[in-house]
Design a protein around this ligand. Structure first.
Ligand code: CBF
Length: 821
């Protein structure tokens, strides 16, 4: 008998019923006395019910049609909150708001109570989240794989201006979005040793024995696209102890010992490493990487075997695997191990399958972020994988490298998968390039630098494998969700097709000259500034005026991003206001949001310096409202959603050649915040799109940076040559701001004694001058608003839908599969 279909309609009444049913039957709560959290969970579940139907349909259709799917492997997903995004994407927002309203509940309050799902550090993890949204929106068959961290990125608090970290227990109360899939649990081996055996035909086979095992339990999170019925899933693996692991210990009566082993096993997915540029050398990190890669590959192979009885040579036509940076690169030797050791394929055949299956995105040129694992550690944790890497390396060096550069030992040294100088290390970036058919950078400049510098020899060998795929952001979250007022104004003006085809935003261009449109646009910005001013009051206890220029730098705290260059300008302005109180300077609020890696001493010193300067400036009666400095604590996706629509100026001031792309730059420009920035990462392309008259570019170019370094850069030259700069640095490192002149010596030393590695002093005067241009431009509000509108209108290129469609066409060769409603 077919059961009666439950009512999963999209009407207000139907949603009301679902929410009440979940309150009563899933949560066991009375409508009258249900808590806020109960209402939030019940609402999420009502939405989830409607979405799951499409998830099942999508999965079934993808399987039945036998199309190629992309598997996105990423150690990080910075998802933020899901309810509002899912409501807006699925078109349920208005009905749900009304349903809740009729039951006396305010949807906005519920939305604000959702904890962020912060399973990532910064740009790379947020990019993965945008990509998941776009994959569903543009109807591509995809699965995201990652780790189900119990603790996401730490919660940041300031105590006396210094960063203090707290654990982020994002799912302490459970999460209504994730669904356990115990039937797809996987077992992962680690450690042990390798022996040579012979199969029934006398062929040698490597066997990995005496291993420790770990279980991976998958949790699925449905990913709802905008105006599409494709619902892909994000599958996150949770580590569990294998019960056999300590059974003997348990039987011998060592119950506590047995549980200790269980706890150790479960630490693998406990916590996200809180660094966005390096975690090299940590054993647990390598175990995390292998754990999620092994679970994911086993899952992909399971699906290949269940679906079809095809030869292995067809594997790449069913599965594309994208490596999000080198973090999942161990997938390359793992697939080789599966194909050669477990499936008995000849080496060369297996290698061809691997290269056809994998593609790799590089996200950084920073040398410290290029992952390397000591050979000793690798051998202990993954002995068979090390053997495989050695064999890949040998064939490569003696094959293609020798053929191109016969007898050239230096070329072999740079291209080798093993670094031999100063100890032996596995180079994960080289492995990723070699094991993939495509390597891409994330902005045009970054890709050029990959080809000319980091991977120059690989590029000489395999030029066709390199391509650029400029990053993008989802315009649903970064406009529709975070700025519904602007989204509505755009839709009212040009229709709503821009939500699926962002290039159409160009139709707004002429409206920049329309005073009525400008007035509406300006009002929306001001309203957001009023809201942000309230948040600043609440979080920082500082009163700011929404009529001031809101100057925003929100991103991870890193020397290369140069929050300290921003600080140098702030202190210079402070001095000027004191020296020249009647100068015509438009009031400004400098707004920071940034987390520093807990072990990054100098980054924490910079946070402390900014907070200390803020405390002085904000309380100095001589300054009044002219200058305010605020550092909002615990920067995260949901806070970004409040800051970005309220921003006037977007600080993108990294040293040229250091920021691979940046994506905050795109979000801010989209919301009409003008960029002050260097010609770095995607800033270069933003300038091309918005026009050089609608952006404030300053500073050294990549070529000039190289030249300056080659000449021998000496920050002291700049210090002695520029009195303002000298006074600024001396003031920061005096006892004026904290009463202790020692406090910011690390910052001073970095800028002077340690050579100013990110060239703040060289870019100081051009930056100060560019800020003066900003001040002058802001005084002409009409013109400023016009420039802001043109930014919104002209950044359609940076939609992640465009990026994803380029990946699908140029790298994955994926078909779009439309799922019926
Ligand atoms: O490509 C996405 C982002 O990745 C980083 O955050 C990274 O972690 N390597 C880069 O620093 C960004 O430039 C880039 O936009």
């Amino acid at each position: 008998m077919t059961p009666a279909p439950c009512d999963l309609g999209n009407s207000t009444d139907s949603l009301k019923n679902s929410i009440i049913n979940h309150l009563r039957f899933t949560l066991g709560a009375y409508v009258e006395s249900a808590s806020q959290n109960d209402w939030w969970v019940a609402t999420c579940l009502a939405v989830r019910d409607r979405v799951m139907e499409h998830a099942t349909k999508s999965r079934t259709l993808h399987r039945q049609s036998g199309v190629r799917r992309v598997h996105y492997l990423s150690l990080e997903y910075l998802m933020g909150r899901l309810l509002e995004n899912n409501l807006r994407n699925s078109g349920l927002y208005d009905a749900t708001k009304q349903a809740l309203g009729e039951m006396g509940k305010d949807l906005d309050v519920l939305l604000d109570s959702e904890p962020d799902m912060g399973l990532g550090n910064g740009g790379l993890g947020r990019l993965a989240a945008c990509f998941m949204d776009s994959l569903s929106t543009v109807n591509l068959p995809a699965i995201g794989y990652g780790i189900h961290y119990e603790f996401g990125l730490f919660r940041q608090e300031f105590v006396n201006g210094k960063q203090v970290e707290h654990p982020d227990a994002w799912m302490r109360d459970g999460s209504p979005w994730k669904i356990a899939r115990p039937s797809y649990r996987q077992t992962v081996q680690l450690y042990g040793r390798v022996v040579q055996k012979f199969d029934d035909y006398g062929h040698p086979r490597s066997e990995w024995i005496e291993t420790k095992s770990l279980l991976g339990l998958p949790w699925d999170i449905p990913i709802v696209g905008y105006d599409s019925h494709t619902v892909n899933v994000l599958r996150l693996w949770q580590a569990q102890a294998d019960e056999d692991f300590n059974f003997q210990v348990f039987n011998e009566g060592s119950y506590v010992e047995a549980l200790r082993d269980k706890a150790i096993a479960e630490t693998v997915s406990k916590v996200l490493y809180p660094n966005d540029s390096t975690e090299n050398g940590k054993e647990l990190r390598l175990v995390q990487q292998y754990f999620f890669v092994a679970c994911s590959l086993a899952d992909i192979v399971r699906r290949f075997k269940v679906g079809y009885t095809l030869p292995w040579s067809d594997f790449p036509s069913k599965a594309a695997i994208q490596l999000n940076d080198t973090h999942p690169a161990v997938a390359i030797p793992e697939l080789m191990r599966i194909l050669v050791d477990l499936e008995g394929l000849p080496w060369d055949e297996a290698w061809a399958i691997c290269q056809e299956t994998f593609s790799y995105t590089n996200h950084t040129l920073l040398p410290e972020a290029l992952e390397m694992w000591s050979v000793g550690l690798f051998e202990r944790v993954l002995p068979r994988h090390l053997q495989i890497i050695y064999r890949i390396n040998h064939s490569f060096l003696e094959g293609d490298v020798e053929a191109k550069w016969p007898g050239d030992a230096e070329k072999k040294r740079t291209l080798s998968l093993i670094e031999e100088r100063g100890g032996k290390y596995v180079r994960m970036a080289n492995l990723s390039v070699l094991g993939s058919h495509a390597t891409n950078g994330v902005a045009a400049l970054h890709t050029r630098l990959l080809c000319e510098r980091l991977f120059a020899d690989f590029y000489a060998l395999y030029p066709d494998r390199f391509l650029n795929l400029t990053n993008g952001i989802t315009f649903r979250r970064w406009l529709d969700v975070c700025n519904p007022q602007l989204s509505a104004l755009i839709t009212e003006t040009i229709g709503d097709s821009w939500k699926k085809d962002a290039a159409l935003l160009r139709q707004l261009d002429p409206y920049a000259d329309d005073p009525a449109f400008r007035a509406k646009y300006a009002k929306i910005k001001r309203d957001h500034k009023v809201v942000l001013a309230e948040i600043i009051q609440e979080e920082c206890g500082v009163t700011v005026s929404p009529d001031a220029l809101f100057d925003v730098q929100i991103k991870r705290l890193h020397e290369y991003k140069r929050q300290h260059l921003n600080l140098l300008n702030i202190v210079t302005l402070y001095r000027e206001i004191l020296d020249n109180p009647d100068a015509d300077f438009h009031p400004r609020v400098f707004i920071f949001g940034a987390k520093a890696a807990p072990g990054y001493f100098l980054a924490k010193n910079i946070i402390h310096a900014i907070n200390s300067v803020a405390a002085k400036v904000n309380n100095d009666p001589r300054v009044g409202d002219k200058l305010k400095v605020v550092f909002l604590p615990n920067y995260r996706v949901s806070l970004a959603e409040k800051i970005i629509p309220a921003s006037d100026l977007s600080e993108q001031i990294s040293t040229a050649g250091k920021e691979a792309s940046g994506t905050g730059n795109m979000k801010l420009a989209l919301n009409g915040s003008l960029t002050i920035g260097t010609l770095d990462g995607a800033n270069v392309e933003i300038e091309e799109e918005v026009g050089s008259e609608n952006i404030f570019i300053f500073g050294l170019t990549v070529e000039e940076v190289t030249e300056l370094r080659a000449k021998g850069y000496n920050p002291w030259d700049y210090y002695w040559a520029n009195e303002k700069l000298r006074n600024t640095i001396d003031w920061i490192s005096s006892d004026y701001f904290t009463g202790n002149a020692e406090e910011f010596q690390p910052l001073r030393q970095s800028l002077l004694d340690h050579g100013d590695p990110y060239l703040c002093l060289a870019d100081y005067q051009p930056y100060v001058d560019a800020q003066a241009r900003v001040d002058a431009a802001y005084k002409n509000q009409d013109h400023w608003v016009k420039m802001a509108i043109l930014n919104t209108a002209r950044v359609g290129k940076f939609s992640s839908d465009r990026t994803i469609l380029e990946y699908a066409e140029k790298v994955w060769k994926l078909p779009q599969v439309v799922i019926d409603g």
